[in-house]
Write a protein that binds this ligand. Structure first.
Ligand code: MRU
Length: 357
């Protein structure tokens, strides 16, 4: 696929390995949009916290950070045989795997690193460590190409001048580059499609307001921020011709877990007859999970809703809070899944397996 992303060069990289120092550099996404600062990750505890606290977030970016982290953690091991190194590797892998449960990219990347470890069977520890570094680089580079392909396929479904609603942030900072749901928008922008993007603010952690609105504005894309409860009115007013969202895990039957609130947007889109597209790299499609009901939904702390980022509490002290971080959109509400291997339409149970053949 031809590289048509003229804007790519200016895009910020959220996850990178500092090759000279062998440290992981992460854009601290909790500081955006007020501060563009980077963290240098030196310990596995720092990496775990960065993922858990959403300093690095978005399914593909979490996977890339985990892969680099697993390399860096293994590099610290003093083991002097292949088998002893594998014991240390497995411990680090298990630890990173407890950071967040829903985005399957985390486990996909960790498993892929393990497959590489096993491929180097019997080699000296230093050679295995070098192979792990190479594999983590592959994962990052591949994600960039995957997002570019999703951009091309996604754009083929859109027309110039359309209004596009998106939820949460599935942009360049959630991936290696370009994003998934935002990739068709960036590509369209480079071809002067003149999209008008509506970004849901995405309560409670405001990924839409803090991140999507920020990165699209930086790229000079026409973006309008709305509160989550305004999606219906902008649809009713005819301002939205398509919804594009990312995802954290797609089950084998096409049910989709994504940021809390996504399923409500899908229900609204169906009501107003607007296509609802989910941009899904194959690293996010989990054929081992049969349906959405089998997806582990992360529950997060009450303070994210009641006090976090507010000067004063926004809820009575001690009130009961329910804070699921994701919801599952039923496959019947998904018009199509946009993958790097093409656009997948229902029946998903049958058609999803084809893109892995
Ligand atoms: O909790 P977050 O910010 O990690 O949730 C992110 C999302 O829900 C994204 O839509 C998804 O990971 C896709 S990112 C390309």
């Amino acid at each position: 696929m031809k590289n048509t992303f003229e804007m790519g060069a200016t895009m910020i990289q959220a996850v990178a390995l500092n090759d000279e120092e062998d440290t992981l550099i992460l854009l601290d996404q909790t500081k955006l949009p007020n501060e563009k600062s980077f963290l240098e990750i030196k310990t596995m505890k720092d990496l775990w916290e960065a993922i858990f606290e959403l300093k690095v977030r978005g399914a593909p970016a979490i996977g890339i950070a985990a892969a680099y982290g697993l390399y860096l953690g293994t590099r610290e091991s003093k083991a002097d045989t292949y088998d002893a190194l594998y014991t240390d590797f497995k411990k680090i892998k298990a630890y990173i795997g407890t950071s967040r449960p829903t985005a399957v990219n985390l486990f996909w990347a960790l498993d892929r690193m393990e497959a590489r470890f096993l491929k180097e069977k019997g080699k000296a520890p230093q050679e295995v460590k070098d192979a792990l570094k190479e594999e983590a680089h592959h994962i990052r580079r591949e994600d960039e190409a995957v997002c570019e392909a999703i951009g091309e396929y996604g754009l083929s479904l859109l027309q110039p001048g359309w209004g596009i609603l998106t939820h949460c942030n599935a942009g360049t900072i959630a991936t290696a580059k370009y994003g998934t749901a935002l990739a068709p928008i960036y590509l369209g922008e480079s071809k002067r499609y003149g999209f008008k993007v509506y970004a849901d603010e995405t309560r409670p952690l405001l990924q839409g307001a803090r991140l999507t609105a920020w990165e699209l504005k930086e790229a000079n894309v026409d973006v309008t921020l709305i509160c989550d409860n305004m999606a219906s009115i902008v649809m009713k007013e005819g301002k939205v011709q398509a919804v594009l969202v990312g995802c954290d895990r797609v089950a084998a039957n096409g049910d989709v877990a994504n940021k809390i609130g996504t399923s409500g947007v899908a229900i609204l889109a169906k009501h107003y007859g607007i296509p609802f597209y989910v941009c899904a790299p194959r690293s996010t499609i989990d054929l081992k999970t049969p349906t959405g009901a089998d997806i582990h939904i992360e529950q997060r702390s009450a303070e994210e809703i009641s006090t976090k980022w507010y000067e004063k509490p926004m809820a009575p002290e001690g009130v009961k809070v329910y804070n699921p971080a994701f919801d599952v959109t039923d496959n019947s509400l998904v018009t199509a899944l946009i993958t790097e291997k093409g656009i997948v339409y229902p029946p998903y149970q049958e058609n999803l397996t084809k893109i892995f053949e």
